[in-house]
Design a protein around this ligand. Structure first.
Ligand code: IVH
Length: 706
């Protein structure tokens, strides 16, 4: 096994080099942004809150160690995701903040100590704080002008939210008009949520009507609020707790607790469990009391929020990046349960990733019946030594995907055997591989199916890619049609597109008899398919959907190999890493080892070759224009530059060579025609001498190309 087989993502922050830290910050920025999008815009998170928090914590820790590496798009400068376009935007007069987290008693004590230090308070000055449930819903802000609700918005990215006034107005617990003596301008903030009972009733109704089933009350509340048609929101039983305020023209109280009581007097529901605490002890007692109530509240809460009570202190404490210094969220630990793991099932994702899933004897965790849990990946299974038949501890955090925490070894059956992670794809039988990271030499944690052309788990996505604009670009055959044709069994692999007409002519169930498909549209479709029977080589290569092979790489490959036959033969030969074919492939500037390996793996898979041959019966790839047609002393020759150049940059030399029709390679093989060696040339020069390749210096090169 590779040294822990841990990827960079698992390396402790302290152990990261500067370059690794920069890589990690980039990865984390992308990953967190993607999770934010799924959570805030699509209401469909794919990780638990705990996993998400861990990503943000790691990002913050790396930034703390390498402050100068902090990116412009750093997640720590951002809350949530930019608003959806469908709704108008609302710029918040006062930003809507997020909260820092406390995970245990010590963190709470630390919070008070930080407040004390920041304000310069003596050890015996009491810091009074409120403690209240953290509602697991969706925050909203409501602007009242002269007591009348004018604008209601989501948090969005904290600065700009979505204007969902019409939807918020349908919520009975949000008054259209405030009662009593109210400031001219006041923004009330709080949480929109749904009770368990209402959630279950709504989901039952959705199911009966064949509509979308929601995963939890929070997502349901979010989905309900984001309806473009407010009458749909009105039919959803949403509720609202007020707990904060934004812009306000006159402060009616000087404490947090006083403010919340005043807000209640204006006509809002406030949470009845809110307490005022005079010490860390009292705060922790309030926490325990709220935790005890948790299961009987009838709505989801995920922790307790403490807020410094004095508003003048809140003012002085201010905020740090996205969270106020005067408040903190004390999270509840994830809920756990013990159950039997019946089997480990490998699921294949749409990108070919093999993901292990634990099939469990159903067990109730935090009010929800759980029968599947994620095992993350191969290494996690090995690390925890999880086996079929084991009794396991599972955890459900943040109500997303439950995970297997550990095995109860005492309960392991005697005949149990370690789990063997498959090296072939369970969906299609193609071989499944783990990429090697070029810098660290470590295996990727994910094992992927290489049978991209034929794997049923990936087929639809691959077909959509195949017909997409920069690939085959078949008019009248977009994503929707591909999905429909696949579902009907008409198009299962790329070649099927081109045999559609012939099969249609024979088949009884003709295309034109399909609903929404007239005689003309069928004719047009066949015509646009025929128009692509001849295709540019780079488009064909790109269309194959080989991992890491985008348009640019496809063009490079087409230019380097000229014809599909040459390319195919070379890729098969390149599976031997000692071969010239491999040296040539990795020598193409812009084709790194990871890319090269992905291409080789694709051509190693017999299933792919079968599908490819079937396709080539139908389409004729055009020969790529090879730069060799230019007449110059170096046209068609393979040139390698090594050592330092003095009269021009490496890039300039390379471009010059390419203009003259030469192919520039990064490594020396028997096929190299010429090596241009400057001072400091090392192993490449040696290799050139070994192979008897002609070697010249920079001046010799300039003379040669004039
Ligand atoms: S106070 C300036 N109080 O938690 C602090 N937030 O993680 C503003 N939340 O965006 C938030 N219950 O959506 C506060 N009792 C509560 C809360 C609460 C839930 C949410 C809110 C906020 C998020 C921060």
């Amino acid at each position: 096994m590779v040294d822990g087989a841990a990827s960079l993502a698992e390396k402790p922050v302290d152990a990261l080099s500067e370059a690794e830290a920069a890589d990690e910050l980039g990865r984390l920025a992308d990953e967190i942004a993607a999770h934010d999008r799924r959570y805030y815009q699509e209401d469909a998170p794919t990780v638990s809150d705990a996993e998400y928090d861990a990503l943000r914590l790691r990002n913050a820790a790396i930034e703390e160690r390498f402050p100068y590496l902090k990116r412009a798009d750093s997640p720590s400068e951002r809350i949530g995701a930019a608003p959806l376009e469908a709704f108008g935007e609302v710029r918040h007069a006062v930003p809507m903040l997020s909260l820092g987290n406390a995970f245990n008693d010590d963190d709470v004590v630390d919070f008070l100590a930080r407040v004390r230090r920041y304000l310069g308070l003596s050890a015996d000055t009491a810091i009074i704080c409120t403690a209240e449930p953290k509602i697991d819903g969706l925050s909203a802000t409501l602007r009242y002008e002269n007591g009348v609700l004018t604008v209601g918005a989501t948090r969005g990215d904290g600065t700009v939210g979505e204007n969902i006034t019409a939807n918020l107005k349908t919520i009975a617990e949000i008054p259209d008009r405030l009662q009593g003596d109210v400031p001219g301008i006041v923004e009330i903030r709080g949480e929109v949520y749904m009770t368990h009972a209402d959630f279950q009733a709504l989901n039952a109704r959705q199911e009966a009507e064949g509509k979308q089933i929601y995963v939890n009350p929070r997502n349901t509340a979010a989905g309900s609020l984001r309806q473009l048609d407010a009458s749909v929101t009105a039919s959803r039983p949403l509720k609202f707790f007020a707990y904060a305020w934004g812009e306000i023209s006159m402060l009616p109280a000087d404490t947090q607790s006083g403010m919340v009581e005043t807000i209640a007097s204006w006509g809002f529901k406030i949470n009845p469990l809110m307490r005022v605490c005079r010490s860390a002890d009292e705060m922790l007692r309030a926490y325990s009391a709220i935790e005890m109530e948790r299961s009987s509240l009838g709505y989801d809460i995920d922790g307790v929020v403490y807020k410094v009570d004095r508003l003048d202190w809140q003012q002085r404490l201010g905020q740090v990046s996205r969270a106020p210094r005067w408040a903190v969220a004390h999270k509840f630990p994830a809920e756990k349960a013990v159950t039997l793991l019946k089997d480990i099932e490998i699921q294949v994702g749409r990108t070919g990733a093999l993901t292990p899933v634990a099939k469990l004897e159903p067990v109730t965790v935090g009010g929800v019946s759980v029968s599947n849990a994620t095992l993350h990946n191969e290494d996690e299974i090995a690390r925890k030594d999880v086996r079929a038949g084991d009794t396991v501890v599972i955890q459900r955090a943040g109500d997303v995907i439950p995970q297997v925490l550990e095995v109860v070894l005492e309960k392991r059956p005697e005949d149990s055997k370690p789990f063997k992670f498959p090296t072939v794809c369970p969906a299609c039988g193609s071989h499944a591989v783990r990429e090697i990271h070029p810098k660290t030499g470590r295996e990727d944690v994910v094992r992927r199916c290489t049978g991209s052309l034929i794997c049923p788990a990936q087929a639809v996505e691959k077909l959509k890619h195949f017909v997409s604009r920069n690939a085959f670009d078949i008019e009248g055959l977009g994503s929707k049609q591909v999905e429909a044709f696949y579902a009907e069994g008409r198009i299962m692999s790329p070649a099927d597109i081109f045999t559609l007409q012939a099969r249609d002519a024979r088949s009884l169930k003709k295309l034109k008899d399909k609903e929404g498909f007239g005689e003309t549209s069928v004719k047009n479709l066949f015509a646009s398919i025929d128009a692509r029977r001849s295709i540019a080589l780079h488009r064909l290569i790109y269309a194959l959907g080989i991992r890491h092979v985008g348009e640019t790489t496809a063009r490079l490959l087409a230019r380097s190999y000229g014809s599909f036959q040459a390319f195919r033969a070379a890729m098969i030969a390149a599976s031997d890493h000692e071969s010239d074919a491999w040296a040539e492939l990795t020598g193409i500037d812009g084709v790194g080892e990871v890319v090269a390996e992905a291409i080789v793996e694709f051509f190693k898979e017999a299933h792919n070759l079968t599908a490819l041959d079937a396709l080539l019966q139908q389409v004729m790839p055009e020969e790529a224009e090879r730069p060799a047609r230019i007449s110059s002393p170096v046209a068609g020759k393979t040139v390698v530059f090594t050592g330092s150049l003095e009269k021009m940059s490496r890039q300039e030399a390379k471009e010059m060579a390419e203009r003259m029709g030469a192919k520039v390679s990064g490594s020396v093989s028997k096929k190299t025609d010429l090596v241009v060696a400057g001072p400091g040339a090392g192993s490449k020069l040696k290799k050139a001498e070994e192979f008897g390749v002609e070697v010249i210096d920079e001046d010799g090169w300039l003379e040669l190309v004039g």
